[in-house]
Design a protein around this ligand. Sequence first.
Ligand code: ADP
Ligand code: MG
Length: 404
Amino acid sequence: MNDELMTIDDLEVVGRRVLVRADFNVPLDRSGPEAPRVADDTRIRAALETIEELRARGARLVLVSHLGRPKGPDPAFSMRPVADRLAELTGAPVTLAPAVVGPEVVALTHRLCPGEMLMLENVRFAPGETKNDPDLVAALAELADAYVNDAFGTAHRAHASTEGVAHALPSAAGRLMERELRALREVVEQPERPLVAILGGAKVSDKIGVVERFLDLADVLCIGGAMAFPFLAAQGHSVGASLCPEGDLEPARRALTKAAHSRCRLELPQDLRLADPQDAGAQSRLLDGVEVPDGWSGLDIGPRTAERYAAAIGAAGMVFWNGPMGRFELEPFAAGTRAIAEAIASTLAMSVVGGGETVEAVRSFGLDGCVTHLSTGGGATLELLEGRELPGVQTLMRSPVGAR
Ligand code: ADP
Ligand code: MG
């Protein structure tokens, strides 16, 4: 996959206007009376490698991203706070364009000197973005001579700025995109064995494709979090008031059947930490087993399960983890997720960790530096692992001249 990927090594950038699609969809702090500020700049910092390399090579940068879900132009979703933060991080001015596209913006791009940066307004202000509208694609292409896609997190969407424009300009993947794809490729293509996958989080239906893929790929698959309950219910256990949507039972049943014929060892919780729902999660109780009494809900895996999963990680040649093992946001139910994070932090095996809340959990434990690769993509990571083609990546593949 990656050998076929065009990277910025393949792109002429000196003196050229380069449109860089980054993922600057950052959380904003709107609490104060003053203008909103960037609450977490992780995604901006993740794009710095590509930005600084292109600036150093003398490219004239035109940056584009979406931010939130505005319905049309809306000052509350302006890229202003992002432009300001990027200027602070790079120590260089970042001009904010008055719009996404248009003659005024084209003029601004022509005024850029090598190494200088212009940030377009929120690309979702343009109605054609999510529809991949050809007029918007053409207008974006007018702003640059080359295109770099560094927004792995939106690579599963065929939008004008993530897919369409790549057909109109010489295109390549940015460094973050490259790194994400390389790490995930290692997991799915030639993993060090045994490959141990830990899957958890909230919804089986969102992740069933990934569960099935890992039943083919992995040597051990450990399931925790709310995701475990449809599996336990499908095996005939009572789940009490645990999160277990009716619609998730059938996919879980299917996966169990598949697991029975797979060489992958499927592990489910053997003990649980329960919360009395009357008590808003404050009262916790350990259940040595998986028959959840009426009215109680399982909010974490128990210590015996955590130990089993940690032991599997300890013996792994490679680890992939997506989805917390419990409601780690509440301290009484964080132990299972913490045990997985600590086991991953102490293994010498390559580890790839993805998912919005999972990455947040690893950070909250202060263990983010101990993971080989923290994936920035949620949906994109899952779709890639399911074996689907990502439209935003397809367009960056090397192909014979004229084939695009
Ligand atoms: P990610 O964003 O890492 O992919 P998900 O979005 O699938 O993960 O799920 C994360 C959420 O699942 C967390 O907010 C966590 O509190 C919740 N969760 C995990 N286990 C349980 C559980 N047993 N009951 C209720 N919620 C849970
Ligand atoms: Mg999530």
